[in-house]
Design a protein around this ligand. Sequence first.
Ligand SMILES: [Ca+2]
Length: 494
Amino acid sequence: MLILLSCKPLLSIFCAAFFAESSIVAAQSIVDNPSVVSMSKPNIILVMSDDMGWGELGMMGNKLIHTPNLDKLSAESLQFSNFNVAPSCAPTRAEIMSGRHHFVAGVTHTILKRNNLRDDITILPQVMKKGSYQTAMFGKWHLSTSKDKLGLSGKPLEPHQRGFDHALWTFNQLKRFDPTLKLNGKRVKYKGFCADVLFTEAMKWMEGADTSKPFFAYIPTSIPHGPVAAPQQFLDLYKDTKLTKNQQGYYAMVSALDANVGRLLKWQEQQSFSRKTILIFMTDNGHAISGASGAGHDNDGFLQESGLFNAGMRGAKSQAWVGSTRVPFFIRWKGVTQAGKNNVLASATDLLPTFAAIAGVKLDDPKISGHSLLPDILGQSSAVPANRILVSHRGRWPRSDQLEQYKYNYAAVYDKQYRMSWGQPGTAPELIDYITDPGGLTDVSAQHPEVVQRYKKHLDRWWEEVKPDMLNDLAQIESGDILFKGKGKSGKKK
Ligand SMILES: [Ca+2]
């Protein structure tokens, strides 16, 4: 079912479209000679939903959900069918912003200091500004806390001080209706449903952007993450189904988001930008209604009878199986991409290198582990190694000084076919051929002992490599000032 695009037709289209103002230039020169494409850099719009998986799309076979606009966009886009994120919110945002595993970016949790993106690295909007992009974000930042304006190196943590020219944002969730957001650091109250506000403000900003330069607009929505609430017209779509009220609300939020994607598509058609505009849609982790159990998964990642459609995958948010991290990723770049599928093993860490390549910015940070997907997007030979191995880890250990106890807790090591997943404590890891068995029904460990041994070693080695970068945890351990959920204050190390 996975189809790799042929490269030659796309490359010729790309050359004609992307370098319209210059003569034919080899695509590689985007990286080698940034100045060549300075007049032709495309705008980039990155839309990300929150807690929505592959299953929440009509195009995946979900018979109940209404997502006509996302279905249309996916049909017109290049779909990455093995695109993987971290298994929860702040970690995926950290990977997008930093181009490295979220542990290496200092993010090991979704709360307190442990969701603070380390302040001593160059992040995505700063990279884009080096490429002469105007930058803006609209939505859920989730990479700092209200108590921490500065990071461990004394540098700013908030988005309007980290490369976004214009930032309309919240630390975490937005109030569903009439939200108050931070506009470049100042609190401003808005009227309406949260996603409507974000998309409206994003479109206003893009319309007002300087047309002599490209823009990068990042729209990380806060829905369909709980709390469940949506405009009545979307709730009405599900009122006659057998879904629970909570499930109806979750699907209604997906449909409300879909309607905003529809507004964006229509708006884009009406614009007369002189340069191309790339539109990307992705989600930030596997599906969930405030956790895996809300979407109907048990602690072993299996869908229960009352659970929601998950496109045949085992695993949801914060777990270790394929459904926890493999998410939709659609890219539409008119005149360059063609509708179809690419099955390269791709990661959220790839966005920064990909956007840097598009912006013509060279990267020199050795801790960036992502690969540019630009060759895949152009239909060329992929820059992603065929033997790539990724690690997924839930993190979220309750206290920083407990990290060693949680080394194997909902962790996974995977390549483009096999995934070794450790579940809840006390359960043996399983090796699953997730391409042929996405439902994770058959443990093939006994047939592939070499892979099991190699992946166990990989995780052990990786853990030792990344531990020194878990800066927020290490700082708390060193100071003995351990922050933990529920206490709202420091607790002394025992
Ligand atoms: Ca999320």
